[in-house]
Ligand binder design. Sequence first.
Ligand code: UTP
Length: 290
Amino acid sequence: MKPIRKAVLPVAGLGTRVLPASKATPKNMLNVVDRPILSYVVAEARAAGIEHIVFVIGRGQGAIEDYFDHNSELEQNLEAKGKTEILADVMAELARPGEMSFVRQMQPLGLGHAVWCARDLIGDEPFAVMLPDTVMDAEPAALAQMVAAYNQVGGNIITVEPAPDGHAHRYGIVALGERQGRLAPMTGMVEKPAPGTEPSNLFISGRYILQPEIFAMLGDHQTGAGGEIQLTDAMVRLMQTQAFHALEYDGVTYDCGDKLGLLRANVALALKRPDLGADVRAMIEGLLKR
Ligand code: UTP
């Protein structure tokens, strides 16, 4: 079985749900506590042993490349002023040489199309897809749990979790066979099912391990829900010849793709921080008393 060495992070969407914040700043560069959303997702990839990250970016998203590169003037300034802790924090975010590639999705035609844009950089090996607006707070890291499951059953694996009541029709929803612990074979999936037709309440929550044959399915450029080229549709077709498993990973998911979700991530992860948690709690209590 080939190991999972590469991850695709598609960041080229328009981020309409967090406008106007995402107009001039890429959505995935918006802040959670004191670093961009992307920082958490890259840390998760590294914790799972990912050696190479492929970003699928759109126009005007150069800030992403800059974030993972040196800023010599800033680094020299912090060094000269003896701000060593801040400097260490900044340096830890840098890409290792050759660790990251960037490819353009020239039009936001859908998640499936974005993943397809990474095909030449991935080549003929299984790989991970990480939705970079989804922060998964877990120990071991969510993708590490996926890789462990992959080492057990191989094939294709996706994370799932229960959708909030009455919201299943907004997501990609799975149908499952018999569960073994947190893992279950998948028997079907559908993107944004019409209300009342959902096969379960479990939605595809943002981490995938896929076999390279997915690129042939995506290469047909078939459009689905919302007129977009959907990754879910390509997976449904791949499922006719390959096994898929769903993993309910052990952790908490923060969907930072809409305003409330982004705020929730900020509050929850700030409360967990040893250096900030107590002050944040006091601040919230103070605000609630007003
Ligand atoms: P979303 O639908 O959550 O992101 O896609 P979006 O399109 O940016 O958000 P809204 O709906 O307009 O608010 C999931 C992920 O897929 C990427 C997005 O950047 C996001 O990280 N994506 C989506 C692409 O890279 N290209 C696309 O064409 C569509």
